[in-house]
Design a protein around this ligand. Structure first.
Ligand SMILES: *Cc1c(COP(=O)(O)O)cnc(C)c1O
Length: 433
């Protein structure tokens, strides 16, 4: 699709960007460090397509890392954004737009009764953790290896050595004392979970999990493990947080809570909820949300929270997701794409497995069912690197890391997916050739 593939202009822009931003970027993965650079600079997007500054065209499966479930430049979102923007960009005061998005969301989600808007997924998770600590009066939290919850201090941690694993920070600048408040467990290990809770359960404010872990591969959990978390949280008086920043409105309007039929205590949202604008949210029962200021003592605020333009974008996006059959159609398209690639790889004997849920998929260079972080072989990322470059040349854009999932959007036509599968298959032949 890009016969004279060149990144000349992107390369020049990247050279300039390196003088302005660390690594030339404003979020690390964009630097293309684990694939062949330079990063491509995007000029525009429309529907399923992206164009870069060198006028290469791509079918996009990154979707701005998830938010764009309706594709690029969705007409209804654009129209609402213009309508809101025409009256001013921000007031730091309530507007009817916030009410409209809040009502739409709460009317169609059985898992939260009250919510608050913030401006990013990180902020939503940070606030949810504070709420959990404030409501329980406890300080420790449990997270799982292979789940990403944004870049807040207490969650940028990995398991240390030893059986019961106090966190070790994965970033400089995080005091050891903070990391120690976080216990890190492997996914899908009921025994270690029970052991940890037996020892520390009464100090644990919350267990936080991505119910559909999709930031470090796609580590689809058994429902039984998620149910066990629910059961144990109730038993120990800890709160269960489902971080649905990526799964919310993606695996269904009610996210993973609805998909699995499990009631967490606190839910966090981001990505899709803003229709491409910076929005996050957290929600819980009336009672729990009563702890939040100004009703309660847990402080949380935001200058641009529930910004009218962002609310208008979210409203226009979520309205479209509520159309009957929306998620079913999207899942069918995704299955078609995934199966077209999987069957090619199977027929050729390539070591590839593509786990999928709803419109999320991940290309794993392994035949195993991968459900914990330590099952991912770092060496397999060499294969992804080859695949990524081949795909760019062939007009397919995947996020620039083999640990990242791909997304199918409503804007992908069957013809797009047919063409994309053919290109991915041809690229796989190069990877394994
Ligand atoms: C993306 C993501 C976050 C962080 O959201 P930002 O908007 O990037 O701050 C947190 N949790 C999960 C599960 C995510 O996928």
């Amino acid at each position: 699709m890009n016969p004279n593939y060149s990144r000349e202009r992107s390369g020049k822009l990247y050279e300039a960007a390196k003088q302005y931003f660390p690594g030339g970027v404003n979020s690390p993965v964009r630097a293309f460090r684990s694939v062949t650079g330079p990063p491509i600079f995007i000029k525009k997007g429309n529907g399923s397509r992206l164009w870069d500054e060198d006028d290469n065209e791509y079918i996009d499966f990154c979707a701005s890392w998830g938010p764009l479930i309706l594709g690029h430049n969705n007409a209804a979102i654009l129209e609402r954004v213009m309508e809101a923007a025409a009256n001013g960009l921000s007031f730091g005061a309530p507007t009817q737009w916030g009410n409209r998005l809040g009502k739409l969301l709460l009317d169609n989600n059985r898992y939260i009764e009250k919510m608050r808007f913030v401006s990013s997924g990180t902020e939503a998770v940070m606030s949810a953790i504070r709420l959990a600590r404030g409501a329980t009066g406890r300080s420790k939290i449990i997270k799982f290896e292979g789940c990403y919850h944004g870049h807040l201090d207490s969650l940028l941690v990995k398991a240390g050595s030893g059986l019961v694993t106090f966190g070790v920070s994965t970033s400089a600048g995080i005091p050891e004392a903070f990391a120690k408040e976080t216990l890190v467990l492997p996914l899908n290990d009921p025994e270690l979970l029970e052991k940890t809770l037996a020892e520390h359960g009464h100090d644990v404010a919350c267990i936080i999990i991505e119910p559909v872990p999709a930031n470090n591969g796609l580590l689809l959990q058994d429902r039984a493990f998620l149910e066990l978390l629910r059961e144990k949280c109730t038993a120990y008086g800890a709160l269960l947080i489902f971080d649905e920043v990526i799964s919310g409105f993606r695996v269904g309007f009610e996210g993973a809570a609805g998909h699995y039929g499990i009631q967490p205590d606190i839910l966090t949202y981001g990505k899709i909820i803003g229709g491409g604008m910076p929005v996050g949210a957290y929600g819980a029962s009336h009672e729990l949300m009563g702890h939040i200021a100004p009703d309660g003592p847990v402080y949380q605020a935001g200058t641009l929270s529930a910004n009218p333009v962002a609310m208008a974008a979210g409203l226009a996006a979520l309205e479209q997701l509520l159309a009957p059959g929306f998620y079913e159609a999207l899942e069918r398209k995704t299955q078609y794409f995934v199966q077209a690639v999987q069957s090619h790889c199977d027929a050729k004997g390539y070591e590839v497995r593509i786990p999928q849920i709803a419109s999320i998929f991940w290309i794993a260079f392994s035949r195993e069912r991968i459900i914990t972080a330590d099952q991912i072989d770092p060496k397999s990322m060499e294969k992804f690197k080859v695949l990524h470059l081949e795909l760019l040349k062939r007009g397919i854009y995947f996020g620039p890391s083999g640990y990242e999932v791909g997304f199918v959007s409503a804007a992908h036509s069957t013809a797009d997916l047919e063409a994309a599968a053919a290109e991915v298959n041809a690229a796989m032949d190069v990877v394994f050739g």
